[in-house]
Write a protein that binds this ligand. Structure first.
Ligand code: SF4
Ligand code: SF4
Length: 395
């Protein structure tokens, strides 16, 4: 029986004859183009080999299909989504369809005029990223001079009546600045601050030894966040996302493969997880070739890790398998070379030592580099550039 004809259950496992529920969250990665070059960028390392982009009509069709399937939340990201001249048209159509629309941006390209147009088109929410509270590190980590520009954009976002949602990716170079980052967010009048510790995919994986914090830094940063939370109450809500590598259980990646999240890459590749492109042997469908409904319910890629029947090793007989769905498939592949393995972040995994080893190597690399990154000399960082992307992904 095709999955699309099975009875509905959002947490269902197809192998048990249960139809998955609809995707709730559509992430439209409109483009991989970006004026910044962040060393922790989560775009695929080979992004420069996937330069094709869906046209406006194709994106509008994807939105309509996703809405018909039941998706309610739309994230517009990239790369930098403002690189698309048709962003306003896409937002207007998403509004007409009834999506709640979130723009995820570095701020580069967000002028007063475009903000007005996006407001008029019906954009609900803007998430603006900073790299640090200091100009030096912000500009160094993105390999651009964008610190002042981001501050100007933050003021414009407030002036247009949007809630100020600031995001900062954390790692060992800016974790000691967490207090200053929170102060900066308060000064800007941010209502929300997302302090997202680096997840080691894409460029961040390549730079893991240069970015990995140590446990003491994390504890100190969490204590600072706690102190601020108590002091400022609901004036600014602070979300602190702990890095996987310091946990003993993995995250329930994407809330479970093929249960909630549907990503579409710039070239139309449909993704059960935004990093899934890295998984070898996973034949990802394209929205140009297949209706979204068939992709979601029937494609091999979206069914590969639904439910629990695919699990092996420690997960197979584990009493927590429904709670974390076995963790992250991309992490399992990166760390063990087997995408079906238990996520090594789990201390029940036979490969958990690999996570500990990377943390230890990061600590050693930090001692050896002795703050060179902050001073902008001899940085052992690999920046996200087209040239690096092509070089690193040479067939
Ligand atoms: S992380 Fe940096 S380089 Fe990557 S898309 Fe975002 S702003 Fe651009
Ligand atoms: S063994 Fe598997 S299912 Fe059990 S806690 Fe670890 S990752 Fe989760």
């Amino acid at each position: 029986m095709p999955l699309s004809n099975m009875p509905s259950n959002a947490a269902g496992s197809p192998e048990a004859g249960v139809r998955p529920g609809p995707p709730l969250w559509l992430l439209a990665e409109l483009t991989y183009r970006c004026p910044l070059h962040c060393a922790f960028c989560s775009n695929p390392v080979d992004y420069a080999r996937h330069g094709a982009e869906l046209g406006t009509a194709q994106w509008l069709d994807v939105l309509a299909q996703a809405r018909a399937l039941g998706a309610v939340q739309l994230g517009l990201s990239g790369g930098e989504p403002l690189m698309r001249k048709d962003l306003e048209a896409i937002v207007a159509d998403a509004r007409r369809l009834g999506f709640y629309i979130n723009l995820i941006t570095s701020g580069v390209g967000l002028t007063d005029e475009r903000l007005g147009a996006l407001r008029e088109a019906g954009l609900d929410h803007i998430q603006l990223s900073f790299q640090d509270s200091t100009r030096e590190l912000n500009d160094f980590l993105s390999s651009t001079r964008t610190f002042e520009l981001k501050h100007r954009v933050a003021r414009m976002i407030k002036a247009h009546g949007y809630p100020m949602v600031m995001n900062c990716v954390l790692h060992r170079h800016n974790l000691p600045h967490v207090g200053a980052i929170i102060e900066m967010a308060l000064e800007m009048g941010a209502e929300y601050l997302e302090l997202a510790n680096t997840q080691y995919y894409g460029w961040a994986w390549r730079n893991r030894l240069a970015l990995m914090p140590d446990a003491a830094q994390l504890r100190e940063a969490e204590a600072v966040v706690e102190r601020y939370r108590r002091r400022i109450g609901s004036r600014c809500r602070i979300l602190f996302v702990v890095p996987d590598y310091f946990e003993t259980r993995p995250k329930k990646c994407m809330n479970g493969w093929g249960t909630t999240f549907l990503g579409v890459a710039p070239d139309g590749t449909a993704l059960p997880c935004h990093a899934a492109r890295m998984l070898p042997g996973l034949s990802l469908p394209n929205v140009a070739d297949m209706p979204l409904r068939d992709i979601w319910f029937d494609s091999e890629a979206f069914n590969r890790y639904r439910g629990t029947a695919w699990m092996k090793g420690a997960c197979q007989s584990c009493d927590e398998k429904e709670a974390d769905a076995g963790g992250c498939r991309c992490q399992a592949w990166q760390l063990t070379g087997d995408a079906d393995a238990t996520d090594p972040v789990c201390e029940r995994s036979d490969d958990h030592d690999r996570v500990r080893a990377i943390v230890a190597q990061g600590r050693l690399a930090a001692v050896l580099s002795q703050g060179r990154v902050q001073r902008g000399r001899e940085a052992p960082l690999l920046f996200r550039t087209d040239a690096n992307s092509l070089r690193l992904s040479k067939p």
